[in-house]
Design a protein around this ligand. Sequence first.
Ligand code: DGL
Length: 289
Amino acid sequence: MQVDLLAGAGYAAPVLSLRTPTVLVFDSGLGGLTVLREVMRQRPDADIVYAADDAAFPYGRLDEPALIARVLDVMERLVERFHPDLVVIACNTASTLVLPALRARFALPFVGTVPAVKPAAEHTRSHLISVLATPGTVARDYTHDLIEHYAGACEVTLVGATRLAGLAEAALTGEPVADAEIAAEIAPCFVARGGRRTDVVTLACTHYPLLLPRLQRLAPWPVEWIDPAPAIARRTAQLLGPARPRPGPASTRAVFTGGARLSGPAYIALAGFGLARIETLPLPSALPA
Ligand code: DGL
């Protein structure tokens, strides 16, 4: 298996066109907003579609064949509707599994998001690092191969948090989330052994940086938290090629396959990420195979 820090590095012809590129940023829910924010910062010239397959959220609980079928099916509809020039899979749970199938199905560049194990291994001094992810990402062969390739000199604790992505969505959409609930989800990341302590935690689910200030405050001791979003946005910008001058502001919109969480606070949160135009593309929570 080929292992890249950014799974998008596999196939990559630059997007060579004189017109404004459209970038589709895809996640199971609101986590991809942490990647979108960086893409928009680095490439304000691109038109943006943020697509959340929230009808099937959370992806972390889906088995592998079901997740592959789901993402291919949803992507088919999104590509048909929005004709993107490049797709960012802003979801570790999907990227660590579905990228080969997506690249085989669509003649488009895909940039993936996979656990930032290499930078964690480079930054640690204690050689105790943790990967905070979903249960799906923790189970992937891809994740285990990354660790074997890049973190052989480290002791790596893999933490598959079952509730943290949901808690991040709840907090972003204005629901109360107790500190104790977050603290319980991150507790297994903190390992003390033989006078050493975990000093780097890589955020391997795009939802988790939404909670970063609370993660920092609730950590039993200070660690470096790695958010891969800037690196993913750099890769996206590289594939888009030079920025094009454009006559007016970029078009930005969000599309949801469910929309159940779309209430007042969610609209306010989305507006904070530059998304004021919201639509739904209703899909059942489980598509027929
Ligand atoms: N944001 C997704 C990720 O990066 C996962 C959340 C989910 O379980 O759907 O893995």
